[in-house]
Design a protein around this ligand. Structure first.
Ligand code: SF4
Ligand code: SF4
Ligand code: FES
Length: 574
């Protein structure tokens, strides 16, 4: 009997024992590996040194007055964060709540009574009885003058700048300066479009020397590739000779750069920021389940950026996770059902799948997916019960994790899939048993699983049903393909490595006949002449109650599948 806890070389983070026995004629779950969920891992979120401002029960607090309004905040909070609690967004550049405080831009100056000079609100810690003015004439003039100084050598190439529309300098200029330049000498020129890394291009002329990117590289990945060179008007941000900005978290510097000095090679010149809509969802790149915004135009995704979640990812996400949106590319989508290679109406494909499953004389294999949602896996478990099927679980192979965010498990929902599947066996055994023709039919929840060509060829000669959102070698080998939604169109959930429910919400309405996997399986069960099953949305509601998750509860109560998305320019970046 296999030891369930014994580490082996399986591609899932769960361990398979020694090589499986020769392909049996008929497999039995009693004789093989049963996978189980690993213990929860602690929160990986890198600390946010300056948050949060609200008082926490039992912790010392401080009362102060800001612009005549009283506020009570946690002791140690800075004035800038305290002002946010009153809805006052003090104009700033170099401060970022996830990084140490440099207080170098002097854009956030405020007046503090009994102090002789204006103080940087990002650095000024609150004190009992402190009286702060953020809109006094002296503050307004200092703010305007600092903006004029920052813009002195700025190129003002907004029409061709990738950050235009979401640039903090643009926003502050419109709000606090809005004057013509008084500079009548040539501006200092600096290097433009310098390739400094795998994903990053630097335009040093646009840089306002806030040092956010320098502090990020030193404090989060700890790689310290960037630094300030030269002095005075000739000071520039640059990368040390012979180095590249290639750490696995490098693109976060693009998000936190307040201007368009650091741009992403993947995103630059693709679309303007104001054309994008943002949907709050979850990165499917690994078991961490970082909170993200998916930025889309019409039915196409253009980028993923991190969304602040103190319990999971803080302010950051990794570079490979940002590219997961490419799996949703329109050209790869399965839009309509196929039976034996022919496009058919969805109802016809489901009826065919049901007829072929009903006519079987031997056992069926169902294949759960660590890439699919809890709702989809739970629906497959119901089908497996009905067919008394052998259960397998598949997922992407492990990759390199780290101590910051990335988990070695490249699947977003291994825990959820294992919970739904119950007693499931490892994918390694599935390939051998399919090759040995141990099953008369097989149902795949997802088409991303890699099988050898021999096994894929064998799928063509038996009822093989695949719920696929994009064309993959596995989907192309199956005799019945049902069009499913991708994670970007799904209303559903994963369970991450901490055991937390992570919510997916649809960024656009699915095209063609694409449907939630749980709903496709429900239709299949009904076509088999069996009892009604919960819809995908009903399963989400149940999960929301089980995990007491307000976000999923609210989304699953909405009448339409795709909720209205937010307009992009909502100041969630920077
Ligand atoms: S490149 Fe951007 S983040 Fe870095 S110092 Fe310049 S303005 Fe700041
Ligand atoms: S750490 Fe994992 S979940 Fe987070 S962004 Fe990277 S791939 Fe996505
Ligand atoms: S934000 Fe406070 S000095 Fe820069």
């Amino acid at each position: 009997m296999a030891n369930e806890d014994q580490p082996t070389s399986g591609t899932l983070p769960f361990k398979v024992p020694e090589p499986p026995p020769p392909p049996p004629v008929r497999a039995s779950s009693k004789s093989t590996t049963i996978l189980k969920a690993p213990p929860p891992k602690p929160a990986p979120a890198p600390g946010a040194p300056n948050l949060p401002a609200p008082p926490v029960a039992g912790e010392p607090t401080v009362k102060l007055t800001i612009d005549g309004e009283h506020v009570e905040v946690r002791k140690g909070t800075n004035v800038l964060e305290a002002a946010k609690m009153l809805g006052r967004d003090i104009c700033h550049f170099c401060y970022h709540p996830g990084l140490s405080i440099a207080a170098s831009c002097r854009q956030c100056l405020v007046e503090v009574e009994k102090m002789p000079k204006l103080q940087p609100s990002c650095q000024q810690i609150v004190a009992e009885g402190m009286v702060v003015h953020t809109e006094s004439p002296a503050v307004l003039e200092a703010r305007r003058a600092m903006l004029e100084f920052t813009l002195k050598n700025h190129p003002i190439d907004c029409p061709i700048c990738d950050k235009a529309g979401e640039c903090i300098l643009q926003r502050h200029y419109m709000d606090h300066d809005h004057e013509l330049t008084r500079v009548d000498v040539p501006k200092i020129r600096k290097p433009k479009h310098k390739d400094i890394g795998r994903d990053i291009v630097l335009d040093a002329e646009r840089c306002i020397l806030c040092s956010r990117c320098v502090r990020f590289c030193e404090e989060i990945p700890g790689t310290g590739e960037l630094g300030m060179m030269n002095r005075g008007d000739h000071e520039i941000l640059d990368i040390a000779n012979g180095h590249r900005l290639d750490n696995p978290y490098s693109v976060n510097v693009v998000d936190i750069c307040p201007v368009g000095a650091l741009t992403s090679k993947d995103f630059r010149f693709q679309v303007r920021a104001w054309e994008l809509k943002a949907t709050f969802t979850t990165c499917p790149g690994c078991a961490t389940g970082c909170a993200v915004e998916l930025h889309t135009k019409h039915e196409t995704a253009y980028r993923l950026v991190p969304r602040y979640d103190p319990a999971v990812n803080g302010h950051w996400m990794c570079d490979p996770g940002r590219l997961t949106y490419k799996e949703t590319a329109p050209e790869e989508r399965v839009r309509y059902a196929k039976v034996d290679g022919e496009d058919v109406p969805l109802g016809h494909a489901i009826a065919t799948a049901a007829r072929r499953l009903r006519g079987r004389t031997r056992k069926v294999a169902v294949v759960f997916s660590a890439q699919a949602s809890n709702e989809a896996n739970a629906a497959l478990a119901d089908l497996a019960d009905l067919l008394e099927a052998e259960r397998f679980i598949v997922g992407k192979p492990n990759w390199q994790g780290d101590d910051i965010l990335r988990d070695t498990d490249q699947n977003p929902n291994t825990r959820g899939a294992l919970t739904a599947a119950g007693l499931a066996r490892h994918e390694g055994e599935l390939g051998l048993e399919l090759a040995g023709r141990a099953y008369e039919a097989v149902v795949f929840l997802d088409g991303t699983f890699e099988l050898s060509e021999v096994v894929r060829t064998s799928l063509k000669s038996l009822p093989s049903i695949c719920l696929a959102d994009r064309w993959t070698p596995l989907a192309e080998s199956c005799t019945v393909v049902l069009p499913a939604v991708s994670w970007a169109e799904t209303l559903g959930s994963f369970v991450n490595r901490q055991g937390r429910l992570r919510v997916l919400q649809p960024a656009w309405r699915p095209e063609g006949d694409r449907r939630e996997r749980a709903d496709l399986l429900r239709d299949l069960v009904m076509a088999l002449g069996e009892q009604d099953l919960p819809t995908s949305r009903e399963r989400s509601r149940t999960l929301a109650e089980q995990h007491d998750n307000d976000e999923l509860r609210a989304l699953s109560a909405m009448p339409t599948a795709a909720r209205p998305t937010l307009l992009r320019f909502t100041h969630t970046r920077g």
